[in-house]
Design a protein around this ligand. Structure first.
Ligand SMILES: *Cc1c(COP(=O)(O)O)cnc(C)c1O
Length: 239
């Protein structure tokens, strides 16, 4: 099978799952954005996905993303989401190519992203990442739910940043449904204060149905579309 056929099949299967889960939840699938998470896969895959109708991609490792995106022919037609854990010293680089940073989880990152966006004279869309783990889990990122509102306020108050909503990963080895229900409450609390913060990024290859059931507006799907990645570090910090 050609790579194009593989990607077309993966994408088709994911789109069918989105249709079914939306119908089950009584939601309109048109209000759900599919972000193809292309980390570890080449620029050529991104161009093929774009030909197949993908308009948003996600990357999680700064150096890889910066190099790769420079080789993507359809770059201008894509919305690029940075979804991985982000070191403060990489913020300037990420602002150079990302339209959205989904993984803002501490005040320091708000400061450095805002400064980098101001320097470039642009508006960066931001999601605050919420940790849904029962205990702090190394390597997954996210602010504790009780810290999230203050962080959202900081983003909202920062020139150069546009607060758009929240993002979370389902907790490791636990049922995603109650965790995503918690996320939905956190999102609601933020929206009461910041009405433009309407995005809820939740649901990946293994749990996109749970994300849709809990009101996700953005799904981040990698392996179900692109195939399996090398096992080393799917979620570790960018390098
Ligand atoms: C890799 C990654 C995804 C996609 O994971 P899959 O299980 O391959 O769908 C989603 N979100 C984040 C933050 C990721 O790092």
């Amino acid at each position: 099978m050609s790579r194009r056929d593989e990607l077309a099949n993966g994408l088709q299967a994911v789109r069918e799952r989105i249709q079914q889960a939306s119908a089950a939840a009584g939601r309109d699938p048109a209000e759900i954005t599919l972000i193809a998470v292309t980390k570890f896969f080449p620029a050529s895959d991104i161009d093929v996905l774009h030909e197949l109708g993908v308009t948003a991609i996600g990357e999680s490792r700064d150096q890889e993303a910066a190099l790769k995106l420079a080789q993507v022919a359809c770059r201008a037609a894509l919305e690029v989401h940075f979804v991985g854990q982000l070191q403060s010293k990489k913020a300037g680089s990420v602002v150079g190519y990302a339209d959205v940073v989904q993984s803002v989880d501490r005040p320091r990152l708000v400061e450095v992203l805002a400064r980098a966006a101001q320097r470039r004279g642009r508006a960066l869309k931001v999601l605050v990442q919420v940790s849904l783990e029962a205990q702090a889990a190394a390597g997954r990122g996210g602010a504790a739910p009780r810290e999230v509102l203050a962080l959202a306020d900081e983003v909202q108050a920062s020139d150069g940043l546009e607060l758009r909503g929240v993002m979370a990963l389902a907790p490791l080895g636990a049922d995603p449904a109650p965790a995503f229900a918690r996320l939905r409450e956190v999102a609601h609390g933020i929206r009461e204060r910041h009405p433009a913060a309407t995005w809820v990024s939740a649901g990946m290859s293994a749990d996109l149905e749970a994300g849709i059931a809990a009101g996700a507006t953005h799904l981040r799907v990698g392996s179900a579309i692109l195939g399996s990645r090398p096992r080393l570090d799917n979620f570790g910090p960018d390098r």
